[in-house]
Design a protein around this ligand. Sequence first.
Ligand code: HEM
Length: 261
Amino acid sequence: MANTIATPNAPYNTNLQALIEYPEKGILSKVILKDENCQYTLFCLAKGTDIEEHTSARNATVMVFEGAGKLTLNGEEIPLTPGVFVFMPAHAPHALKAEENLAFVLTLSEQPQVKKFVSPETIELIKSTAPLLKKQGQQITSRMYEIMFKNHPEVKEQFNMNDQKDGSQPARLATAIYSSATHIDDLEALKSMVEKVAHRHVETHVQPEQYSMVGESLLEAMKDVLGEVATDEVMAAWKEAYQLLAEVFIKREHQIYEQET
Ligand code: HEM
């Protein structure tokens, strides 16, 4: 990747047409400008270049101004011709093929920041329900897997089903959720748990977009098991806490996936 052409603290203008150079094969990219929030990169792809399916942790846009190609975004094929503008949300799987020499600007937007805390009301509600989780944690997580495997049977492939049958995986998840509940205001204390689980998740190819499925199944299971205790306020607090935890895992897993490639 070329060095950044412009600095963010001085005005800059250019004609992108003048920066286009196609390699004989593959991709030539030039970072036009990069500040702490965004990165603007000119991509020049030689005819025939394929970029295999991958995801990005940041929102991105593609602005095509020369050539022809095909973008596959979330399974949908989008023809790339001059003037086409595409928004690609973070974590959306995408692949690209240059059918002719193809030039576009890719803008990566702000790095998603992991929130460091939830509101004081949420902390209080989470901590007040933690003892229940200690007592009924495994019942909740067993129910959670039941709901998830019924609604999304394809996900079973990622799990060791013996550890489901003997209850050891629901027990591990219950312990992780209980310690998350007791340390929701001190994420540093969860670091070793997050590290171990994130590595296991990468081994089993867990993807960012799977977190909402697990979150929905978990919240439904909590309602089923906790009954009246699961008031709207308690459920809203758990939703917020789960999102925070999911962001922590997604960020760490993204780093591990990146190190592996
Ligand atoms: C905040 C949410 C989550 C928490 C707290 C969590 C927690 C855990 C824990 C404690 C383990 C056991 C790690 C060990 O081997 O010691 C685990 C494993 C695993 N998790 Fe998660 N997880 C979460 C989200 C997800 C998501 C979204 C998926 C996607 C399907 C997932 C799939 C798996 C799989 C496949 C394993 C390996 C299980 C096996 O070996 O059978 N988890 N998780």
